[in-house]
Design a protein around this ligand. Sequence first.
Ligand code: ADP
Length: 542
Amino acid sequence: MLLAKHTLESGVLMLRGLNMDRQLLISSLIDYAGRNHGATSVVAKGSDGVVVTSDWAEVAQRARRLGAALLGAGVSEGQRVGTIGWNDHRHLEAYYGITGIGAVLHTINPRLHDEQITYIINHAADTIVFVDRDFVEVKDRIAADCPTVTQWIVFDAEYESFIDAAEPLSEWPLLDEWSAATLCYTSGTTGNPKGVVQSHRSIVLQTWATCSGDGHNVNSSEAILLAVPMFHVNGWAMPFASAMAGAKLVLPGPELDPESLIEWINTEDITLSAGVPTIWLGMVQHLQKTDGDIPSLRRIAVGGSAAPRSLMDTLEDEYGVFVSHVWGMTEMTQGSAGRFTHRVERMDRDQQRARQAMAGRELYGVELRLIDEEGNEVPRDGETPGELLARGPWVAGSYFELETPQSHTEDGWLRTGDVATMDSEGYITIVDRAKDVIKSGGEWISSIDLENAAVGCPGVVEAAVIGLTHDRWGERPLLCCVVDVPVEPTTILSHVEQEVPKWWLPNDVVFVDEIPHTGTGKIDKKQLRTSFADHVWSEGGS
Ligand code: ADP
């Protein structure tokens, strides 16, 4: 029996609540789904091209088998187990099987370079690593440099015999909810990747927030297509949220190309999906080219980088898809809410769309604030930019075995590295990443706003803006565009001019075949800056 009274360090007697002592554990999610939504489908395509249709009962059972197999292989609480996989059923089982026994699920981004993968496996000291058959070559190249890994198990027949040899656990062990559950490294566009460790408690709480109405309203009536990779910020908690809600879940394997996504939406009657803007830009272009449709899809969650307003307008006007645009980071997963408030619901369409183009608003559980360079709070006036800080029970308080004195303020807020404005209702607008903002004549230009305006110009498929040195102004914007029909630079600039202050206008427009992306689908500005380091401003542009 719990002690009802407890003396605090200060000597004050605290009266404890008399609730049951039940820990918030990830295993409770899969148990719940297996028990109540056992017949709800989980459809997955492996990299072998085979579509596996199972259900939550089967996922729950196979996860228990995997848990038992891992214990049998000597994996103990707190040890890290890596995955290099696509969105498929075995990866989903790993999400639950690894965390269920108290080991730590370390999802590894296969798009990173060999050296980065080796670095994070060694830093995490992974003991076993599960690898998709598509990445066996990566494993072969790096295995000798990963001394902590005792076993590499390929997500195919090898994995099947690994779990077949074990009897499913009759029940999951009772863990402390503060036990580490997942480890995810940020892509490290600057410096080495930093490991974010989420506890069971934190995952359950953030999953609840994702399921909440103002989160992504994940509920049992949905069929969810996971278009965000499971190695990117735990698939934005969607693999956990689908189980908590008992929703149908579709895992498209390696096929995240527009054609496949459209086919999945239509064959599996998908109602909700989540992914970065580039995925949806590609899908919309394909739909337009092929005169296609996606009638079942009602909502998508978009984040990870800024979604252009033109994308949201097209999705809603032409395909009836509401875009819930949110901001988030590996350090907290979803960090803002995309749903319209009662007041915004009653605004005219243009005002609503202006809200939607912002990066969501403060969601209960992740407190947000802005500070200036001296650390003073910046007013929530929708205009004054400041550095965005975050704090909350599922926000990273520090990084895995890494001293990063700059990552948090003295009073414990996470420095997000984003420059933003906020309004009185908590709506945030990301001006830029602090390192991407263009400093022209002492004033700031938002590369994000310029990109979004350029993408709104017919013919422009994707746009990226970087700041390059300029003799007179310090830095000026260069606009890089991918077009699908010839477009005059002046046409693009006059389009952009309607959306931004005149002095923001890029000095030059260059056309490129492709815009480089990072492993998590963001524009790789570092690479662009290197490519255009020797750019000479044209006469009109200087
Ligand atoms: P990485 O740094 O590894 O790419 P994250 O996915 O954690 O990984 O990136 C988080 C960053 O992505 C945020 O700090 C922000 O700069 C950017 N971001 C996320 N969502 C949005 C959004 N809706 N609008 C603009 N930027 C966003």
